[in-house]
Design a protein around this ligand. Structure first.
Ligand SMILES: [Zn+2]
Length: 111
């Protein structure tokens, strides 16, 4: 199962914070993925509200490449990392991305 598929399978458990539509049909775009962390943009199919989500895979220490037997699950709540991205930082990133023209590579090079 690849990442967008995994996210899709989890999305129906959530509802849009703005219009309360079930997120099963939402748009999912993986912005970046590194190790067991990924940043994805989820767009509500009903009201087009966009949210950036930091996803932490729970792999029980196994390399993520071994996902054949063990499907990683998406953690909920506070991620178990020393410095999780704060909501303020996510809002900044959201503003940055919405104003940005071009690909993600250009975005990184600009910093
Ligand atoms: Zn919505």
């Amino acid at each position: 199962m690849d990442l967008p598929e995994l996210l899709r399978s989890q999305a129906k458990r959530y509802r849009c914070a703005v219009c309360n539509t079930n997120m099963a049909d939402c748009g999912i775009k993986v912005i970046t993925q590194q190790g067991n962390r990924a940043l994805v943009r989820v767009t509500c199919a009903s009201c087009n509200d966009e949210n950036l989500l930091q996803i932490i895979f729970q792999t029980d220490g196994e390399p993520i490449e071994n996902e054949g037997q063990k499907v990683p699950t998406i953690s909920e709540g506070i991620p178990p990392v020393p410095d999780p991205i704060s909501s303020d930082e996510l809002l900044d990133l959201r503003d940055l991305l919405s104003a940005h023209q071009g690909g993600f590579r250009e975005l990184l090079e600009r910093r």
